[in-house]
Design a protein. Sequence first.
Length: 391
Amino acid sequence: MTEDKKNYGDNTKLMHLGRDPDEYYGVMNPPVVRATTIEYKDLETYETKKGQKFTYANIGHPLSDHFETAMAELEGGYKAVSSSTGLAPITASLMAFLKAGDHLLMCDSIYPPTRYVCEGLLKRFGVEVEYYDAGLGADIEKLIKDNTAVIYLESPGSATFEVQDVPAIAKVAKEKNVITIIDNTWSGGLFFKPLEHGVNISLGAATKYIGGHADVNLGYAVADNAANYKKLKKTHIDMGMCPGSEELYLALRGLRTMKIRMEQSAKSALEIAKWLQTREEVQRVYHVALSDHPGHEIWKRDFTGGNGLLSILLQEDYPKEKVSAFIDALELFPIGSSWGGYMSLLQPQTEMGYRKAVPWKEKGALLRLHVGLEDTEDLIADLDQAFKKLA
Ligand SMILES: *Cc1c(COP(=O)(O)O)cnc(C)c1O
């Protein structure tokens, strides 16, 4: 988008990101590109790459370029890479900025597969991993050592949605020459702009709200400057992480409606969260837009919108059979991983025992709900009928 259009609102911007009809005879959406080989016009071009925008499709082609341009613009960064899953940019950015002997500060409330990357891959390659409390702000300075190379953040965290003081952490990291990487999946790259707060790499799973229809695995990472982009892109190429064309197309399409979908899910989720707080079956509700949620004030300060995620901790005295009966009685919340699609989902959180910096001590089943685009009153009625199974 040209400079004079930068003041448009989010929805207007989302309609224009990553499009260039002039390149396709006026066709509004950039078409699916099926490519491996890119042809060169002569030997000199092949040898010098001068004037050759693309060289081989797993390094980039017109459609990946449209999506990456869209994400770099949305996140306000220098350039982006795109990849076959949401996990791929996590692995790529950790591998790009860490080497054997380095110390990594990893947020304790991260997405569990990120923890598997740390415990398996990174430890096997000699990286020292230390988990930190998501509640730490500027005090993270005390954990930085001479060999600390990366601080990794995810805000709000997975399962219980701890909100991190990203600006405070990024500031300390900059002073200490430590690279910061954040998983920004929760905000869709839309409601929070980590790079504006000094974070170096902001990445996400387009699998969630960007794709938005439970049919795409896709990831991206945006770098803040040319040097960091170069490092990231090199590792990304080395690991062969290029995305599929269909997925890129669907993600670009999903971007257009992302904000209205997220707003609807967020509005419905807050209503449901407040209703759940009144239920005697529920010990605690975790949802960032509730005023008593830890980090709620930081979320209000740094984010411009919410989403449909919330978790509930059931009372501790329900036996497993009753919890199962409750879950199985739900008609509008099928059990499923992932979130950010059009439909509501439930996922039991069974991996809380992995937390190290802040061990999980709660008793009672922790269930994550994703509130989709159904009518709110139907979702509440469904939860209400299923709760009877706990009686
Ligand atoms: C889902 C998710 C990912 C990974 O996306 P996949 O496409 O499933 O690999 C990464 N980070 C977060 C926070 C996620 O929720």
